[in-house]
Design a protein around this ligand. Structure first.
Ligand code: MOS
Length: 684
């Protein structure tokens, strides 16, 4: 290995800092028209009338697409969890949530389209709505997926009854929004019988497959491309409204149509993380050995889209306990359909579990670090399977050493510096790891370079740079000899930049293709499709792990909490590029900081509508909120996955919120069981 393991800066760095890098809305296209989306303003009801006549004579307007004239879409089109009603745009007069697109106004310029969209009169017959999430809502129903579902190991109630100490608490997280820097944008056109699009997304192949089904086209008749993508966090993993509406516009007006959502529309009509309400019961013996963990999580969903916020997944892997019970409850409401966001399930789930573990340490009078070390399992606590690799203890010990945890006085509210209280906290965490099949094509060129083509996407994580290094080592050449082609559905089936499985999945196909080309003495072209699952995937428990440490100050006069230090130690197997991997995990930790202190989608209880659907009202961590962050990796190698990687995409996000919450308790003596830790909650 010559390139893998080396701290190389991003290949596209110069293009990005000079402004040469193009995002979806930047790419010039001949004969372009612009579509502006009109969103429903009621939380439930039916469209009574759309007065197209009121806008069709406005300057530049080409027309309006709505439920009476829109192309019919195939209702079978779906995503990861099955058929997806959120894809069925402009198909009927039903309004299932405020923010549902009701029309696309197409005009010669962006400004003309926006002006006409604002002027378009839409009236509704309103129906009673319900956007009020509670854990015991009568509509709640049990939820389960292959990634997370109910488990029962031994007798939880008996073990709780036999415990010396029991913690039983509820933890709540609000609706949260992905807030990628680049708003969703797509440009679509018909090239003869072929539907082409430039779209901002996390995986062109998966989205081309969805779009083909929606428009009842064969897959070969659809091509989706992307150049640079300004973040996704899960919100661009699906076929987005911008793409479906742009394709409708192109079909109706016979020319390229670009649809770019405004920032507020990104909040109102693309996916969000659902609110959760979790109850945790943990029982332990006096020496801290866990007898029982009972983790129940309720979350909101939309009836349009099946989605599971798997908050209890990490409860099945982190700690040895004699009895474990997990339950998920989905509560359907008249809301924007939730979907995967930044460490889905694990981020809110670890906030609850790791807060409860800290509360247990407090009641037992045991060092929170020691409590975790005492409950390190030998095998999967629920699965009984061996761990493929783990290293959580190494993360905890090395993190504690670097952070200076050893000198911590565990009693709360003892340290004051001037007007503020100071505290420290930690959390351990896990995130599932693996790889999915993809295809890759490698061509040996006459000039001694290799063209490596794979339908990957670089969201800004550095995937281009990482895959170039992986390909160079696999082909035994310098990185300068690799020409990487990504972000094009014509490159064949490929997993998305999602689930922390992009690099592992793409590396698998690239390394197998290189191996095949070696068999041809590095000549010609090979294509590989890794449709068989990896050997041994099912007989091991695979997760990435981390330990996060935080130091905070809390001002008892103003309620302001500031994070002063963050340190994360990560076990993600082989690290392909230490510079980019560090960037990825500190970005994740900042996301966790933002979740702990700032992010909260709010609704008007009367109208059910979002009231803070912009960056003035929805707060995310800014530079001034972010302290010096230290992040590092313990050495590791994941058996059975190419290069021994586990994926570093989301683990940084998971765990940080709990570490901060635990530090706030240590500073103030008060537990924050609802996120975010707002000023008013600290003052109370
Ligand atoms: Mo990520 S929430 O797996 O796109």
């Amino acid at each position: 290995m010559k390139a893998v393991g080396v701290a190389q800066p991003r290949i596209e760095g110069p293009a990005k800092v000079t402004g040469a890098a193009r995002y979806a809305a930047d790419i010039p296209i001949e004969g372009l028209a612009f579509g502006a989306v009109v969103l429903a303003t009621v939380s439930r009801g039916r469209i009574r009338e759309i007065d197209v006549g009121a806008v069709c004579d406005l300057p530049g307007v080409l027309g309006v697409i709505h439920h009476r004239n829109a192309p019919r879409l195939n209702p079978k089109a779906g995503g990861f969890f099955g058929p997806d009603g959120q894809l069925q745009l402009l198909q009927d007069e039903v309004i299932p949530f405020a923010g549902r697109p009701v029309a696309l106004v197409v005009a010669e310029t962006f400004e003309q389209a926006q002006a006409a969209a604002h002027a378009l009169p839409v009236t509704y017959d309103e129906e009673p709505h319900d956007t009020g999430f509670t854990a015991d809502h009568p509509a709640g129903r049990p939820a389960s997926t292959i990634f997370d579902g109910p488990v029962d190991v031994a007798d939880v109630e008996a073990e709780l009854a036999a415990s010396s100490v029991v913690v039983e608490e509820r933890y709540r997280t609000p609706e949260e929004h992905h807030s990628a820097m680049e708003p969703h944008s797509a440009t679509a056109w018909w090239d003869g019988e072929r539907l082409e699009a430039i779209d901002s997304n996390q995986g062109p192949f998966v989205i081309a497959a969805t779009l083909a089904t929606l428009f009842s086209l064969s897959l070969e008749k659809v091509r989706i491309r992307t150049e640079h993508v300004g973040g996704g966090f899960g919100s661009k993993g699906l076929c987005g409204p911008q793409l479906i509406l742009a394709a409708m516009g192109a079909q109706r007006f016979g020319r390229p149509v670009r649809v770019t959502l405004t920032r507020t529309q990104v909040f109102l009509t693309t996916a969000m993380r659902p609110a959760t309400d979790q109850r945790i019961r943990i029982g332990a013996d006096a020496d801290g050995r866990l007898r029982a963990i009972w983790h129940e999580s309720a979350f909101e969903i939309s009836p349009l889209v099946e989605y599971i916020e798997g908050c209890t997944e990490l409860t099945k892997t982190l700690y040895a306990a004699r009895a474990i019970r997990t339950r998920l409850t989905a509560v359907p409401l008249d809301i924007l359909p939730p979907y995967s966001m930044r460490g889905p399930g694990a981020a809110p789930g670890s906030f609850a579990l790791e807060s409860a573990m800290d509360e247990l340490a407090e009641r037992l009078g045991i060092d929170p670090l020691e409590l975790r070390l005492r409950n390190e399992p030998a095998t999967g606590p629920v699965s009984g399977l061996p761990f493929s690799s783990r290293n959580l203890v190494e993360c905890l010990r090395e993190g504690a050493r670097r952070f200076g945890w050893g000198t911590r006085d565990h009693r709360p509210r003892l340290r004051r510096e001037g007007s503020v209280l100071v505290g420290t906290g930690l959390a351990a965490t896990s995130f599932s790891a693996g790889a999915f099949p993809s295809s890759a094509t490698i061509t040996a060129e006459a000039d001694a370079t290799f063209t490596v083509a794979i339908g990957a996407t670089d969201l800004g994580t550095g995937a281009r740079t990482a895959l170039t290094a992986i390909a160079a080592d696999a082909l035994e050449v310098a990185t300068e000899q690799i020409r990487l082609r990504i972000s094009d559905s014509d490159l064949g089936p490929a997993w998305s930049a999602g689930g922390s499985r992009g690099t592992t999945s793409w590396a698998w196909a690239i390394t197998e293709a290189a191996e095949k080309l070696r068999g041809q003495e590095w000549r010609g072209t090979v294509t590989i499709d890794t449709t068989q699952s990896l050997g041994g995937l099912a007989d091991r428990e695979r997760h990435a792990y981390s330990a996060v440490f935080a130091e905070v100050t809390a001002d008892p006069a103003t309620g302001e909490v500031r994070v002063r230090r963050l340190l994360g130690m990560f076990a993600v197997g082989r690290v392909v590029n230490p510079l980019l991997a560090r960037s990825q995990v500190i970005g994740g930790m900042i996301g966790g900081l933002s979740m702990a202190l700032h992010e909260e989608g709010m609704r008007d209880p009367v109208t059910g509508r979002h009231v803070n659907a912009d960056f003035a009202g929805y707060h995310i961590a800014a530079h001034a909120d972010v302290p010096d962050i230290e992040a590092d990796f313990v050495p590791g190698h994941e058996p059975g996955i190419p290069l021994g990687m586990k994926g570093a995409g989301e683990i940084g996000n998971v765990g940080t919120a709990a570490a901060i919450v635990n530090a706030v308790w240590h500073a103030t003596g008060v537990r924050q069981r609802s996120l975010p830790i707002r000023l008013d909650r600290v003052l109370e």
